[in-house]
Ligand binder design. Sequence first.
Ligand SMILES: *[C@@H]1O[C@H](CO)[C@@H](O)[C@H](O)[C@H]1NC(C)=O
Ligand SMILES: *[C@@H]1O[C@H](CO)[C@@H](O)[C@H](O)[C@H]1NC(C)=O
Ligand SMILES: *[C@@H]1O[C@H](CO)[C@@H](O)[C@H](O)[C@H]1NC(C)=O
Ligand SMILES: *[C@@H]1O[C@H](CO)[C@@H](O)[C@H](O)[C@H]1NC(C)=O
Ligand SMILES: *[C@@H]1O[C@H](CO)[C@@H](O)[C@H](O)[C@H]1NC(C)=O
Ligand SMILES: *[C@@H]1O[C@H](CO)[C@@H](O)[C@H](O)[C@H]1NC(C)=O
Ligand SMILES: *[C@@H]1O[C@H](CO)[C@@H](O)[C@H](O)[C@H]1NC(C)=O
Ligand SMILES: *[C@@H]1O[C@H](CO)[C@@H](O)[C@H](O)[C@H]1NC(C)=O
Ligand SMILES: *[C@@H]1O[C@H](CO)[C@@H](O)[C@H](O)[C@H]1NC(C)=O
Length: 658
Amino acid sequence: MEKFGCFLFSLLGGFALIVLVHAQDQTGFISIDCGAEISSYTGETGLTYVWDANFIDTGINKNVTVGYQSDFQLQHLWSLRSFPEGIRNCYNVKVKKGTSYLIRARFLYGNYDSQTKVPEFDLHLGANMWDSVIVGNESTILTKEIIHAPSSNYIYICLVNTGSGTPFISSLEFRPLKNTAYRNEYGSLILFARLGAHSLTNETIGFPDDVFDRIWLPHSFPKWDPITTLLTIGSNDFRIPQILMRSAATPKNASEPMQFAINTLVKTSKLFVYMHFSELEVHLPNQSRQFNISLDGQYLHGPVVPEYLATTTVYSTYVTSGKKGRYEFSIYKAEKSTLPPILNAIEIYTVEQFLQSETDQVDGKVDTNFSRTDPKTPNIGALKLKNPRFTYTEIVKMTNNFEMLLGEGSFRKVFHGYLDDGTEVAVKMLSESSRQRYDQFEAEVKLLLTVHHRNLTALYGYCDEGNHVGLIYECMANGNLKEHLRADSNADVLSWEGRLRIAVESAQGEGGTHVSTVIAGTFGYLDPEYFQTNRLTAKSDVYSFGVVLLEIITNRPVITNTGENSHIKQWVSFMLAEGDIKNIVDQRLQGDFDINSAWKIVELAMYCVSTTSIRRPTMNHVVIVLNDCLSMERARRNAHGNEPKDQNVNLSSDQLAR
Ligand SMILES: *[C@@H]1O[C@H](CO)[C@@H](O)[C@H](O)[C@H]1NC(C)=O
Ligand SMILES: *[C@@H]1O[C@H](CO)[C@@H](O)[C@H](O)[C@H]1NC(C)=O
Ligand SMILES: *[C@@H]1O[C@H](CO)[C@@H](O)[C@H](O)[C@H]1NC(C)=O
Ligand SMILES: *[C@@H]1O[C@H](CO)[C@@H](O)[C@H](O)[C@H]1NC(C)=O
Ligand SMILES: *[C@@H]1O[C@H](CO)[C@@H](O)[C@H](O)[C@H]1NC(C)=O
Ligand SMILES: *[C@@H]1O[C@H](CO)[C@@H](O)[C@H](O)[C@H]1NC(C)=O
Ligand SMILES: *[C@@H]1O[C@H](CO)[C@@H](O)[C@H](O)[C@H]1NC(C)=O
Ligand SMILES: *[C@@H]1O[C@H](CO)[C@@H](O)[C@H](O)[C@H]1NC(C)=O
Ligand SMILES: *[C@@H]1O[C@H](CO)[C@@H](O)[C@H](O)[C@H]1NC(C)=O
């Protein structure tokens, strides 16, 4: 097993008791306040911010609306630079080649353009995709952070318009780090989480408490208690803030290990985990504290013996284990230890190997030909209904007593119908026996109807009367994908190429839109982040699309009633852990497909259904991968002189109804 193949551990003992005081300097810090129109000023943290005019020629200066300025203490978030022109606009920042930098970009929309519409766009490091920028709402402060050592003396940070609104940026910060600390041979580190194990404060920690201006979020684990000291803790190259090192967490129940899990969902993600420890208690001669660390129940490192009032850092690089993308870490007592384990702070990163240099981009100028796919604008009119709630009698009338059945699933049927004004609709009725499964139905649908999401305008209303539960959608008359997938005889089974084509077409065209339409109130398709944020984004569409992809690949229902792995995503990750792709792909294809394209599309689908939206690819990326898969399958077919049957099926909302 390759599980620990790339494991590398290092222990950095603390320096002796060096008294770190407040004389922090900010040598090499570059703090750029985008759109500020003030040449420079000293901000609330004592750092000096400069206007971005020296780093970029394009874009326009804007201020967030006044209300948002008073809401947020950080002045560098009050203004921003907006890029209505050009697909790709880049900042060019002079840095020191070979130095590791923490690079942080922040975004606060603050309704600066009075459009009350939060845009979505991509963030690039030179020619490399860094991340998608999906700002939750008008008052969300979104932070993107990466630790990267540039290979030249310039870094280009680019904002790329993906057709979902005007890109903007509020601030851009560069913090040189000690090269000995985060440097590694695997690539750049993208921040996943950075936490104190038991915060003494509810405040976010940054500069000057943290000399590198890392941002630490307050956190406390319910099963852990703090041990604290007022003494100064010796530091190592990581220079972890005193406030964190002075508070260690330890298990409430001293005989239990300290456990935490990281969920990335994506099986292939690679983690870097840094754990920082300091012993805060003086031991009696018969006492000792020693612990080992395990991942997924397997010994990883130890025994760790933290030094008294010093910082000990243990880090793992490139952990690729993570069955189902879940990494379960455990810090547990070694045999000789009389005291329970401790932990002060954790940092978790994913690693990204950038192939191109960060200056690889047309002359550093605005490259308007960058966009690989034309953004398409779906044309769905918002229907203004005073009351989206329909009575059962109205439903009966609408569907002419359920005259025309469009599709049928295990516990729902879809009928064709007309609204009073003649608008064609699809009416999805839940079976009566499944009524009790959906206690939350009405609350959830109401929520969906109030969400102002452009891709959801096609949900017209609902019915919730006794045992009669239904959803009324915009109607799309087209072929029926499910029928093709569910074909009875093997001769009619939709080929692998046919499936890939449907996937490409629906991803390319208005597929995402249709998907969102379908998922409204359809269990199993909805972005899990929605339940926390009550907000749908383009990445929510990507999630739903991922679920559809899994259906196309496997021909399995999204949700089965049987206990474990009841969601298609859980079933696929379970099967993936077994490693046999042939059992994942619809058995009726009898292995008649390109195996590499199958791996690729399953992996893509699993990325799409990542629980956290930042891990999901963009729709543009999805289209590119799907086209690759289609080419692979076509090449295989041609090599076999095997002309595919023409299977032109379009994907649309009622086809997916179940
Ligand atoms: C933003 O506000 C600042 C301070 O009030 C002002 O100096 C600046 O001109 C404003 N910028 C724009 C683009 O309105
Ligand atoms: C914006 O989103 C945040 C979560 O990211 C939430 O806490 C906040 O209440 C939202 N604000 C509004 C006005 O919806
Ligand atoms: C942090 O916030 C929680 C909940 O608001 C509160 O119970 C707790 O006392 C706070 N802790 C500190 C150190 O302020
Ligand atoms: C502490 O953990 C041990 C081992 O899991 C358990 O046997 C014991 O009951 C726990 N004690 C308390 C007070 O919960
Ligand atoms: C350690 O020694 C102290 C006294 O020096 C005693 O009270 C305590 O019970 C001992 N603990 C153990 C685990 O032996
Ligand atoms: C901790 O690790 C050491 C070194 O590998 C090992 O000898 C010891 O048995 C481990 N302890 C436990 C409780 O697993
Ligand atoms: C974009 O591409 C077109 C056609 O390939 C070319 O004519 C045009 O000059 C390009 N524009 C830029 C700014 O490179
Ligand atoms: C949602 O709708 C918007 C505009 O109506 C469109 O630009 C976007 O591509 C749609 N989302 C997807 C994933 O298709
Ligand atoms: C699918 O859509 C295309 C383009 O809208 C159309 O030309 C084609 O006839 C449709 N196919 C089916 C089977 O409906």
